[in-house]
Design a protein around this ligand. Structure first.
Ligand code: NAG
Ligand code: NAG
Ligand code: NAG
Ligand code: NAG
Ligand code: NAG
Length: 270
């Protein structure tokens, strides 16, 4: 869902401008490389931290989990994304248990982060079968400062395949709940072999994201995790086409250097 803000231009004729709030979050952790250019902070607990704690449907202790949340919530008040890939709604046999574990984890997280901070689950919408949409709704009603963070990673060089998959997960989300922000996770590397995707494909993805009225923005991910970006990859990450393309896009999107902004939602340089 988009949030429409009515802005009034002072002076001249009063002209209502419909400006949608569109956040571009920087969840990259490449060495020596951050996006800036109006991108927004975001917090996330990676799968390599959460999966081992919850594998097989178990709960860590409250103290352990809260310490982890504090360790990873480095930008308090910005959204917190939980990447817990052992806790999906893909099976009716584990759904009740997973709902209880996720409800507990988000409740404990909320205990140690600022009031109203958004919490959401990475990839859960694309991993919820239709008979379990009510489970997702229960998870949301358990902590209503919620947002959706579906995966929009790249598996091939086809923009249309990528877009079809995005459309499909957005349709699922709209069926589950059409009132919350949707911020898909993008990644300038291929999911399969971790090489950086071609500049033109990345540019096309960014443009499709900005044009999709169902979205409230998106997240750019890029790991420090050696498994997906080793030393050789880190050394070139900032020189790959995606960074310049993303910055040029943000410049245009938010009117950073004085052109007319297409969207609101830019943060200060960070
Ligand atoms: C959310 O679920 C947890 C775990 O069952 C529970 O302790 C908590 O009270 C629930 N919160 C709300 C607001 O329902
Ligand atoms: C990585 O995978 C993509 C998508 O399948 C492919 O187009 C590309 O050629 C691969 N790159 C390398 C270096 O293998
Ligand atoms: C992407 O999909 C949307 C439908 O969700 C469609 O409106 C748009 O034209 C598509 N864009 C491209 C480049 O395929
Ligand atoms: C990061 O910057 C430091 C300081 O300039 C430099 O020594 C290091 O080689 C850089 N690392 C990469 C991966 O570029
Ligand atoms: C992107 O690269 C072009 C060509 O090198 C350069 O002129 C431009 O300033 C760069 N843009 C940003 C935002 O870094």
């Amino acid at each position: 869902m988009l949030n429409f803000i009515r802005l009034t231009v002072v002076g001249a004729a009063i002209r209502p401008i419909l400006a949608s709030t569109f956040r571009v979050f920087d969840n990259t952790a490449y060495t020596n490389t951050s996006i800036g250019y109006g991108s927004t902070n975001i917090n996330w607990i990676p799968a390599y931290v959460c999966n081992p704690l919850t594998e097989g449907g178990v709960l860590p202790s409250a103290d352990n989990w809260k310490a982890i949340v504090l360790e990873w919530n480095i930008y308090p008040s910005y959204p917190l994304v939980l990447d817990c890939e052992e806790l999906y709604f893909t099976s009716t046999s584990t759904a009740d248990l997973n709902l209880e574990i996720m409800s507990t984890l988000q409740t404990w997280a909320a205990d140690v982060i600022p009031d109203e901070q958004i919490i959401g689950w990475y990839g859960l919408s694309g991993n919820t079968i239709s008979s379990l949409y009510d489970h997702y709704r229960s998870l949301i009603s358990n902590y209503s400062n919620h947002a959706f963070f579906p995966s929009a990673y790249t598996y091939s060089d086809s923009i249309s395949t990528w877009n079809t998959s995005l459309t499909s997960v957005v349709n699922v989300i709209n069926t589950i709940d059409d009132s919350l922000p949707i911020w898909p996770y993008t990644w300038p590397q291929y999911h399969g072999n971790y090489s950086f995707i071609p500049g033109e494909l990345w540019q096309n993805e960014l443009e499709v994201l900005a044009a999709n009225k169902n979205l409230d923005g998106f997240v750019v991910w890029g790991g420090k995790n050696h498994a997906v970006c080793n030393d050789a990859c880190q050394a070139i990450a900032g020189d790959e086409p995606w960074l310049n393309i993303t910055r040029e896009y943000l410049d245009t999107l938010y009117g950073i250097y004085g052109t007319v902004a297409q969207k609101s939602g830019a943060q200060l340089f960070n």
